[in-house]
Design a protein around this ligand. Structure first.
Ligand code: CMP
Length: 137
């Protein structure tokens, strides 16, 4: 069983797609092990997106991610990291495959509906930015 950290971003929460997106994970057989609504702070953004701090788009990314509530989840299943990334589709919805979450719900490459861990190392790090061990079932 592999775990991955998913964020339903402020654009998708604001557009009332929490249910649609959660349903896509459950229909694929992934298990929800933890879930909460919260607002990302500047400090959490700097920790979560540490690898993007020096990128030209960091300011825009942090402003968007802290602008309104998001939903954080821990999903578990066989190959959960790769499966969730496949369900999400490409970062930019213009390049995302038909039927993927980003094709269905993302506005653009910045307001792109969802985030998921990209490796076992990121998953181990990111899960514990948002959840303590006792919040994961
Ligand atoms: P995410 O999976 O949350 O990880 C990093 C995020 O940075 C990515 O999704 C996008 O939302 C955002 N991002 C990546 N590239 C760009 C870009 N060129 N301009 C703005 N935002 C970007």
């Amino acid at each position: 069983m592999e775990q991955t950290l998913v964020l339903i971003k402020p654009d998708a929460v604001g557009a009332h797609h929490i249910g649609d997106i959660t349903k896509a994970y459950e229909e694929d057989g992934l298990q929800i092990r933890a879930m909460k609504m919260m607002q990302m702070t500047d400090r959490i953004a700097r920790i979560h997106y540490a690898e993007h701090l020096e990128k030209p788009f960091y300011g825009e990314l942090a402003a968007f991610m802290t602008s309104a509530p998001l939903v954080a989840m821990v999903l578990a299943g066989e190959n959960a990291i790769a499966r969730v990334r496949e369900l999400h589709g490409a970062t930019n919805p213009a390049n995302a495959a038909e039927g993927t979450i980003r094709k269905r719900f993302a506005k653009n490459g910045s307001e792109n509906a969802v985030h998921a861990s990209d490796s076992p190392e990121s998953a181990a790090r990111e899960v514990h930015i948002f959840f303590s061990e006792t919040e994961i079932f």
